[in-house]
Design a protein around this ligand. Structure first.
Ligand code: NAD
Length: 484
């Protein structure tokens, strides 16, 4: 199977914060990969706008180093890197001040697609949006891309939305949640809405429950003080997990178009029941003989911030009444694994007898590692000896079913940036979606803050606190094992 590269129109992409960590690790390597597969138009330009006096050559040297560090050796050659560097330019701009804006404007060409990527702290979003307009850099067709975190509660998200809306129409604003750019996440929609098999069963009558797990092995060391102000709820649940939940639970949109999809996602968020205290578990990883605990990593010995959260959620609508969604995410867990598991109900009656070994069907959608899906189905165990049943996977690991071309699948950032250039907002969050997600999250966080309780401790390399296991056990269910 050959993956197709669909050309995009030529563009000027300005990356505010183009010398920062995110740009060097994700954005520029992603653009390099699009260049490598021939998707970048010959005349496309990428201009980093950042603080710091640097000329074009120094910026190119910085990006050369970044590509060597962050792009796999087999996916780059020095010739290719030099070719890519030709597309780059640099402008020293002060986002909060007035210097550099005229120079930056001078680098932009008329008649080309213009996109401005805000890879900077959210406190700079409003100032940049304003200056893009006052210095005449942005026009009605220009797009702006904003990074997470989009606020830390409803109030701050509203302020950010308002700050952008003063200068840009919602149709020009691309709020990134890179989970939406993942191949498997889009495949979730393809599987649901491109097959007749699943949608008739995709409801409370046939689905017992849904599990969403985003497990990481890393701790917060290195960015501890930032994380300590956020925690797992703000860092993972409000955005990434909420998006996965929406795509799993939403009604079929009439078309695969931005507002049709986003309207349906928004309805899911609005249908979420408030979560009760007994349905939430917060955890914090503890020190072990060879690894620091959260308190040390966060450099805050009194921190009550959670590095783990598990919850049972109910979506109060016709489709999902009676089918809970269990979500969990945490740092320093046993393995790096992100997965959505759709657990179907047991068959109503086994003609083979209670001991035959029939199991409920299960569809797992793996975001990492080994992106793909597997559907567990029951078949007869081979050989004589009567009708004994076993469950086997129908394995759709992309690397297996798509062959070597699966490796050429763009990663989340590169796909999303190309969508910005194409002007397709389907995989970006709309302002009202973000606000609705905060409106649901805020009371949970406020209740924690009021209670001022220590999160439950858990060992590094475990599946999280015991209480999280109990959250499922009390409903006679169990989490799928965290493993890579
Ligand atoms: P960073 O500190 O490494 O880089 C910040 C960049 O912003 C630098 O290029 C700096 O020159 C520029 N900058 C700072 N103040 C400026 C000013 N006044 N005028 C012009 N330029 C200015 O930050 P980062 O890690 O690259 O993160 C950027 C944004 O992306 C943040 O909002 C962060 O939360 C978000 N983000 C980062 C990651 C990541 O992995 N690093 C992941 C997701 C989201």
């Amino acid at each position: 199977m050959v993956s197709r590269v669909i050309p995009v129109e030529t563009f000027d992409l300005v990356i505010f914060g183009g010398t920062g960590d995110l740009a060097r690790r994700k954005i520029l390597p992603g653009l390099f990969r699009r260049f490598r597969v021939g998707q970048m138009p010959e005349e496309a330009r990428i201009i980093a706008a950042a603080r710091g006096d640097m000329d074009r050559a120094a910026f190119q040297a910085m990006v050369r180093d970044a590509l060597i560090e962050f792009v796999e050796p087999e996916a780059r050659s020095s010739e290719m890197i030099e070719g890519f560097l030709n597309h780059l330019d640099y402008a020293s701009v002060d986002a909060m001040g007035e210097s550099g804006w005229d120079t930056l404007r001078g680098k932009l060409r008329d008649g080309k697609i213009r996109a401005f990527y805000f890879s900077v702290a959210p406190s700079l979003f409003g100032a940049i949006a304003e200056r893009l307009k006052t210095y005449g850099l942005a026009n009605e067709d220009s797009r702006i891309v904003v990074e997470k975190p989009f606020g830390r509660d409803l109030e701050s998200a509203k302020i950010l939305n308002k700050g952008l809306a003063e200068y840009f129409d919602e149709s020009q604003i691309y709020r990134i949640d890179h989970y939406l750019g993942k191949e498997t996440v889009q495949n979730l929609m393809a599987v649901r809405f491109g097959n007749i098999l699943f949608e008739p069963l995709w409801n409370a009558q046939y689905i017992d429950h849904v599990q969403i797990t985003v497990a990481e092995t890393v701790g917060v060391g290195g960015r501890g003080s930032y994380y300590d102000k956020s925690g797992a709820m703000r860092d993972m649940v409000q955005n990434h997990i909420m998006q996965l939940l929406c795509l799993t639970a939403m009604e079929p949109p009439a078309r695969f178009e931005p507002d049709a999809v986003r309207d349906e996602k928004l309805k899911v968020i609005r249908a979420l029941d408030p979560v009760t205290v007994q349905d939430v578990v917060r955890g914090q990883y503890q020190e072990t003989s060879d690894l620091a605990g959260y308190l040390e990593d966060s450099e805050n010995p009194d921190s009550n911030t959670e590095s783990f959260v598990a919850m049972k959620l109910e979506i109060a609508n016709w489709r999902w009444q009676g089918t809970p969604f269990y979500i969990r995410t945490g740092k320093r867990l046993r393995a790096r694994m992100s997965e959505i598991v759709i657990r179907f109900r047991e068959i109503p009656h086994s003609i083979f007898g209670a001991d035959s070994g029939s199991k409920a069907n299960e569809l797992s959608i793996r975001l990492q590692p080994n992106e793909g899906m597997d559907l567990r189905v029951t078949i007869k165990e081979p050989g004589p000896g009567g009708m004994r049943l076993v469950d086997v996977p129908l394995d759709m690991t992309f690397a297996k079913v798509l062959g070597p071309d699966a490796d050429d699948v763009p990663d989340a950032y590169e796909r999303l940036i190309m969508d910005v250039i194409r002007g397709n907002q389907t995989l970006f969050m709309r302002g009202d979606e973000v606000e609705a997600a905060w409106a649901w999250t805020d009371p949970i966080i406020s209740a924690w803050e009021e209670a001022d309780k220590r999160p439950a401790p858990y060992d590094s390399g475990s599946s999280g606190p015991e209480e999280a296991l109990a959250l499922m056990h009390r409903d006679n269910r169990r989490w799928k094992e965290i493993r890579s």
